[in-house]
Design a protein around this ligand. Structure first.
Ligand SMILES: NC(=O)c1ccc[n+]([C@@H]2O[C@H](COP(=O)([O-])OP(=O)(O)OC[C@H]3O[C@@H](n4cnc5c(N)ncnc54)[C@H](O)[C@@H]3O)[C@@H](O)[C@H]2O)c1
Ligand SMILES: [Zn+2]
Length: 363
């Protein structure tokens, strides 16, 4: 049995982590300031010690074997116009948490787990059939072209050896958290792992919540908008992983044999699907015939494609994601049908975000 502290433990991923560790008999404590107004904190699992006071008091409340740092602001779009808010809460707060261990001088945790992210990879690697691999940027809907011959390039799946080129302020903050943790881990000989989650969704997410993944955003649009309108051309792809599988990955990471001080691992399904295909599948199940439109608009900071390679983590832990996207869509659509009235009265938070980004010239 391990004693585990989960910061941000009331969130989508935090609660999945809490559930998995509780199921294994760990003693789990949650610290969460309830900053995500879309989350339902009423049925929070784990021992809630959010009112503990300072971070120094938090880290000395118990001798935690494992500290799992999930707390962060998670809106990619919002981070682009609330720069200080994101850097402060994601980077400075991580520094404060680590500082609390230094100031305390009593102990360092046996293992520090970080919620890393695919964000720092940015667009990821692309291959030109003639000129090889590049890490391009793009400034519009079209996929990146080869900087040598200007021909279209093929997106490549991403492993941990890929270069990091964050495209959003949020992506920058996730990279900064990881860089800081790596240095801290080496300085204090504290074992640490960053799990770089790809796009995580919940299977019973609040329909208002624009952060709990693409399934809740699409369901909201199907039910509440005259047409399902999405950015770009619908060919953007995402590697979507269920929060429960992330919880299982977290647990597996805490139990693996660790011959390293600090390591980062991708956590995804190694499959990706286009937003057009996901929207089509959901429309067919929820409201057949509903028009689907792609605006051709490009949000600066959005990436075109993303697909993880998780071989390193699978080989070290035996972990495999269990929930397929088809099963998830089926199950999520069932959930939507059962909670139709909640969805039909949900705020259209993505349209509000759209207006804000437009005002700032970020679309
Ligand atoms: N959801 C995804 O697709 C995804 C992908 C990659 C990485 N991540 C990372 O996973 C972690 C969890 O994200 P999530 O999707 O569960 O989001 P979430 O908003 O549901 O959970 C984050 C929780 O952290 C809490 N929090 C934020 N700042 C805090 C602070 N200063 N002190 C205490 N609590 C604080 C919030 O109240 C929230 O409940 C984040 O670090 C996020 O960057 C998420
Ligand atoms: Zn080329």
């Amino acid at each position: 049995m391990k004693t585990v502290l989960v910061t941000g433990g009331g969130g989508l991923i935090g609660q999945a982590i809490v559930d998995r560790h509780l199921a294994a008999g760990d003693d789990v404590y949650v610290y969460d300031n309830r900053a995500n107004s879309f989350n339902d904190y009423s049925a929070l699992r784990g021992t809630d010690i959010s009112g503990i006071g300072s971070l120094e008091e938090l880290v000395t409340y118990r001798k935690f074997d494992i500290v799992s740092h999930q707390a962060a602001f998670v809106g990619v779009g919002e981070s682009q116009y609330n720069v200080l808010k994101y850097v402060d809460n994601n980077v400075t707060f991580t520094a404060k948490l680590l500082q609390a261990f230094v100031s305390n001088k009593g102990y360092m945790p046996e293992l520090f787990m970080l919620a890393g992210s695919m964000g720092p990879y940015g667009e990821g690697p692309y291959r030109c059939s003639q000129h090889g691999i590049f890490y391009p940027s793009r400034e519009g809907v079209a996929g990146p072209a080869c900087p040598v011959c200007a021909q279209p390039m093929m997106p490549q799946a991403i492993d941990e050896s890929c270069e990091l080129h964050p495209k959003s302020v949020y992506g920058f903050t996730k990279k900064a958290q990881e860089d800081l943790l790596r240095v801290f881990s080496q300085t204090y000989r504290m074992r640490a792992i960053s799990l770089r989650y790809f796009s995580v969704y919940g299977l019973n997410s609040n329909p208002n919540n624009p952060f709990t993944g693409v399934l809740s955003v699409i369901a909201n649009k199907i039910i509440n908008s005259p047409q399902v309108s999405m950015y770009e051309d619908g060919e953007q792809t995402r590697d979507l992983i269920c929060a429960d599988d992330v919880g299982a990955a977290h647990f597996a990471a805490t139990r693996m044999r660790q011959d390293f001080l600090f390591e980062a691992f991708n956590i995804g399904t190694e499959r990706s699907r286009s937003l057009r295909a996901i929207s089509d599948q959901m429309i067919a199940r929820l409201m057949p015939g509903k028009p689907l439109a792609f605006s051709g608009e490009y949000r600066f900071g959005d990436i075109k494609h993303s697909q993880a390679i998780c071989r390193k983590f699978r080989e070290m832990t035996g972990w495999e994601p269990k929930v397929t996207l088809d099963e998830a869509i089926e199950q999520y659509c069932r959930f939507v049908r059962e909670h139709w009235s909640r969805f039909s009265t949900a705020e259209d938070t993505s349209s509000m975000e759209h207006m804000r980004l437009k005002e700032k010239g970020l679309i």
